[in-house]
Design a protein around this ligand. Sequence first.
Ligand code: ADP
Ligand code: ZN
Length: 420
Amino acid sequence: MLKPKQLSSIQQASIRKLVHYAYRNTAFYRKRFDDAGVRPESVKSLDDMSKIPFTVKTDLRDNYPLGILAVPLNRLYCLHASSGTTGKPIVVAYTRGDLERWSRLMGRTFDVAGVRKGDIVQNMYGYGLFTGGLGFHYGARAVGAIVVPTSVGNTKRQLMLMKDLQTTVAACTPSYMVYLCEASRAEGYEPRKDFVLRIGLFGAEPWSEEARKRIEDSFGLRAHDCYGMSELCGPGVAIECEQREGLHVWGDEFLVETIDPDTGEVLEPGREGELVFTMLSREAMPLLRYRSRDLSRVFEDECACGRYHSRIARIKGRSDDMLIVGGVNVFPSQVEHVLMNVPGLGDQYQIIVSHEELDRLTVKVETAKHRLQDPELTKTVQEDLYATLGIRANVEFLEEGTLPRHEGKARRVVDLRPKE
Ligand code: ADP
Ligand code: ZN
């Protein structure tokens, strides 16, 4: 395990090298540095990080598809693209070295979660342009596990294979795993008896502690939160260790900072803000101080597991997921937190924002047939939502099986307000 001194000396050496590399090899960073009046040699240590200008999502879109390439095309090994949840996709390029590094990081990620040689990993992340599928595939390979590349969807077949192959590790989005809890029972399985899952690797979208509990109670597995994004290769940026008190960010590869999303001011560790990442040894597409738009906190104290890689709290959401309803900030993850704490509600919900003179928030959630008109339940949910969000919401109960299920990242918000 890396000691703090080793970690910081790797970081110090890498940042200097990276800044020169990006300046020398990409017209994009040359211009960015020149425009900001920053000489690459002025970044001598981690203390000089704040001199480096930020890179943002639109920089990648403006330079679509391969405008920030630092190597000739013939050195590329593969290309991926982000899932495009929030707009035009971003193309990500890898050299052979980048791909190997990513696989190693994913291997470590699997290892930290306890996946071992001989484990059977059912990889239900989408294979294709999305980095989730192949990223988790490489991770399973790197630890010597047996990977079953089922990809997303075809729930009946997923469950059949999960039972027949005696899958021990499930990898998918947490919302899909929550759906599998319900689907497995509907298909007549007894999840704790029929399946032998012991570990879950869930990520690619925000999820709550309550969702974790539902998944763990249903399947009897240990669920780990995994974090990453296409721009930084894909999954494998951060993972919960056995303590599950925050996600360790691999510090020999990623520098993480937190900033105030409105002012760009760097925040002290522990304060909530937007995460900013610098990937230290990237060849094809270096990214310096990349603004993730994800909101979290960084803590640097030593973890009980003994690792010195600093940790981030579970992601609250993206700054652009945040809804402003009648002037109040609402994160879908807060709504999930409330709903999953009310006994008697199903797992599926939808958040609808509309505007009739005033903004209105409606939360639709599934429940059992006999509770659809239950005034007590309505009151509880409304009060709990009010206590957490600070605004009144309409609550509608729907019969189980009514709301759309998602195989990849869930889309829970429907914003019906006219666009300005
Ligand atoms: P897109 O931005 O098009 O969805 P990606 O597939 O690269 O493309 O998604 C990366 C984003 O997914 C992250 O920036 C973050 O918002 C979200 N994400 C990934 N892992 C997690 C996680 N463990 N918890 C919360 N959000 C996550
Ligand atoms: Zn730890």
